[in-house]
Design a protein around this ligand. Structure first.
Ligand code: HEM
Length: 452
């Protein structure tokens, strides 16, 4: 494979072919890639457990990565290969990426505000008036339950069902697949038996809700109804299979980055009091201007540009996405001074954490780098692709507005209700994490108390 790349790129040497680099990569992908970049430069070839990663970090090569056509180097196939370690393949057979675009159109995104507010109120009743949060776990559970309402309907987020859904969804979660090699090994050895059981459980739970809706002949205007109608066929089994697989896909995609990004905004609000005060002032100002129900109004949320800056900056620093494209046929790939012929089967790869904080200045937290969601041009003079939060090009995240909405609703509600103190833990992004917005290196704890 190496010799098929023309000209030959700098190639990472390791005493243990395939495995040595693989273990180092799995242990701390960001630090390992940073060290390799210092040694080999901005473009090099790395063999990770037999996967050939053509790693790129220079501005022109990143531009080429985000511009490459799907049929030449595929986002979809790379995602399939990465997630296929853990996710039962039958889900991919039915999952339709275009559905995300249908579910994230403007009117639907506004409609989800009701779910955000409703479930948040119920969950905060569980939090009570005071206590201590494990920030990432608490925000994850909160978002997960909101997601059940958004993607499946009010039955799924109800007291009767939400914990029943949580258990199998947690089994299917991709989060630990790469940071915990033992868990991944168990998944592979058992031929994903736990994951398949979780999927079967979800099929039954979703089936129960569909049965209830049939019996009561009551189909609310929500995502479950929308998808059920979309997949409706004469074969009810097939309809339900497609419904389940797409609902699993929607819930998983939804949970993969957003909860951690919101958790970071909460942490940074407390960690940097001057920014926390600005955010609280913005919340107060918005309430005064739009009224007490401003979290239900899209125009009110749109006016909260400082909250957007907090989300963008928190995400920029905590991003650990490994961005991959799988080469599907021989292509010429322009890396600036040199153009490489890449054969099918290789992955073009970059890791956002390596470039997002590559200077001392960029390593600092400063929400004023952004004007609303836009990064000021002086930070990306070499090319906009050198910093990424929600991605670039044709595969850039379609859920950016949705994500900002949720962050604004969650933070506004929390900051109006509670005072947060005693933040503790190792508040750096985890070095081990690969993929998505990371958690902190060690559990982040935060005390909260109702504001009288
Ligand atoms: C802070 C929250 C989020 C961040 C930082 C984020 C980040 C990203 C990034 C970097 C990409 C591009 C990946 C690449 O180029 O390889 C992406 C794509 C995508 N994201 Fe997000 N995301 C977030 C939230 C969400 C949510 C909530 C959903 C679902 C509701 C979602 C669904 C998707 C989908 C479907 C794609 C693929 C788009 C395509 O291929 O056309 N994301 N996201």
């Amino acid at each position: 494979m190496f010799s098929m790349i023309n000209p030959a790129p700098p190639t990472v040497k390791d005493d243990l072919p395939h495995i040595g680099a693989g273990l180092r990569f799995a242990h701390s992908p960001t630090r390992y890639l940073q060290a390799l970049r210092e040694e080999y430069g901005d473009v090099f070839l790395l063999d990770v457990f037999g996967y050939q990663l053509f790693c790129v970090f220079s501005a022109p090569a990143l531009k080429s990565l985000y511009a490459v056509a799907e049929e030449d180097a595929s986002f979809g196939m790379a995602t399939f290969d990465m997630m296929g370690f853990k996710t039962p393949l039958e889900i991919f057979m039915d999952a339709d990426i275009d559905l995300f675009y249908a579910l994230l159109v403007q009117e639907r995104v506004q409609g989800y505000l009701n779910s955000f507010n409703k479930v948040l109120a119920v969950e905060l009743e569980r939090w009570g008036d005071e206590g201590e949060l494990d920030v990432f776990d608490a925000v994850r559970t909160l978002e997960q339950r909101i997601g059940f309402d958004v993607w499946m309907g009010s039955e799924a987020s109800s007291d009767q069902y939400w914990q029943k859904f949580k258990v199998p969804f947690d089994v299917l979660s991709q989060e630990n697949a790469f940071v915990n090699p033992q868990a991944t090994l168990n998944t592979l050895i058992s031929n994903k038996s736990e994951e398949r059981q979780a999927l079967a459980d979800l099929h039954c739970l979703i089936g129960e809700i569909v049965d209830q809706r049939h019996q009561q002949d009551c189909w609310p205007d929500d995502t479950l109804t929308f998808l059920y109608q979309r997949f409706q066929s004469e074969d009810e089994q097939l309809t339900r299979r497609k419904l389940t697989h797409n609902l699993v896909n929607a819930n998983q995609g939804f949970l993969s980055n957003l909860y951690a990004a919101i958790a970071w905004v909460l942490i940074n609000t407390v960690r940097y009091p001057e920014h926390g005060e600005r955010l609280c002032s913005e919340v107060d100002r918005t309430r005064q201007q739009y009224g007490g129900d401003f979290c239900y109004q899209q125009s009110a949320l749109d006016s909260m540009t400082f909250c957007e800056q907090m989300l963008m900056e928190s995400t920029r620093i905590a991003q650990r996405s490994l961005t991959l494209r799988k080469v599907m046929r021989g292509i010429e790939f322009d890396c600036g001074g040199v153009s490489y012929s890449l054969p099918a089967g290789i992955y073009i790869a970059t890791m956002l954490s390596v470039t997002n904080t590559q200077t001392d200045e960029l390593a600092e937290f400063n929400p004023d780098r952004y004007q609303g969601r836009r990064l000021k041009p002086e930070y990306v003079e070499q090319g906009k692709e050198t910093i990424s939060t929600f991605g670039h090009g044709r595969h850039a995240c379609p859920a950016q507005k949705f994500s900002h909405n949720m962050c604004k609703v969650v933070l506004s509600t929390l900051l109006q209700r509670y005072r947060f103190t005693d933040l503790s833990g190792d508040l750096e992004p985890s070095a081990q994490q690969m993929g998505g917005v990371s958690r902190t290196a060690a559990t982040a704890l935060l005390r909260y108390q109702s504001i009288p």
